[in-house]
Design a protein around this ligand. Structure first.
Ligand SMILES: C[S@@+](CC[C@H](N)C(=O)[O-])C[C@H]1O[C@@H](n2cnc3c(N)ncnc32)[C@H](O)[C@@H]1O
Length: 218
């Protein structure tokens, strides 16, 4: 069943109610490419960065420490995940520069959530694969960029180049968490780039274990 709106929030809370306590320790072994994305964000001094579906706040904390002159915003549909994110932000003494709020990637407004209508950088890490209307989420993410801004995406690939046993084992594991790799992500990004005049850089990592993209808004 594809969850949306309030049903998606309840579904994500159910998945992460207990998982959030082991999330950062366990996911570092298989949510690959997140640190590379953070390294590539390079926001301008005083710039704004939004993470859509920020989960435990792991990426926001790392990025905020790496770019001390930027301001960071994040939202997530799961209030359980946000509780963990808020605690992490406080623990790292970043509450003045990292703000999180509840929000839905398929229907959000930066102005309403944070008083910031558009951002210099927007990123989505391992979340489009958990959002049934992911195409809508992608388009909203792009719309939230200032002209010249960049959208960074990292997520599971199709694993087409990996051994079949590995692929089917991973798929079965991911399905337990309602994760569906988006085989059409590249095509959707190309369509978005063609429609808007954006510049797209797309790549497959680790034999298509993961896919990454950067879309630059003109
Ligand atoms: C696999 S976690 C990724 C968290 C974080 N981005 C990271 O890289 O560690 C996926 C996150 O997407 C969130 N999520 C799922 N559907 C969402 C939606 N429609 N809007 C906002 N967040 C959503 C979940 O609650 C969860 O925190």
């Amino acid at each position: 069943m594809a969850h949306t709106g309030a049903s998606a929030a309840a579904h994500m809370d159910a998945i992460y109610r207990y998982q959030r306590y082991i999330y950062d320790a366990s996911r570092k072994y298989y949510l690959l490419g997140r640190d590379r994305l953070i390294g590539e964000l390079a926001p301008p001094p005083g710039g704004s960065v939004l993470e859509i579906a920020c989960g435990t706040g792991r990426n926001l904390v790392k990025a905020a420490r790496r770019y001390p002159q930027a301001r960071f915003y994040g939202f997530d549909i799961s209030s359980a995940m946000l509780e963990t994110a808020r605690a992490a932000i406080l623990r790292h003494g970043l509450s003045d520069r990292v703000i999180v709020a509840p929000g839905d990637a398929t229907d959000f407004s930066g102005a309403r959530l944070f008083g910031v209508p558009q951002f210099d950088r927007v990123f989505i890490s391992y979340s489009l694969s958990m959002i049934p209307p992911w195409r809508a989420g992608l388009r909203q993410a792009y719309a939230a960029l200032v002209p010249g801004g960049r959208l960074h995406v990292i997520d599971f690939g199709t694993q087409a180049e990996l051994p079949r046993w590995f692929r089917s084992g991973l798929r079965a594991w991911l399905a337990k968490f309602s994760v569906t790799p988006r085989a059409e992500l590249e095509a959707e990004l190309k369509a978005l780039a063609a429609e808007t005049g954006a510049r797209l850089e797309f790549g497959r990592l680790f034999r298509d274990y993961a896919q990454r993209a950067v879309l630059v808004k003109p």
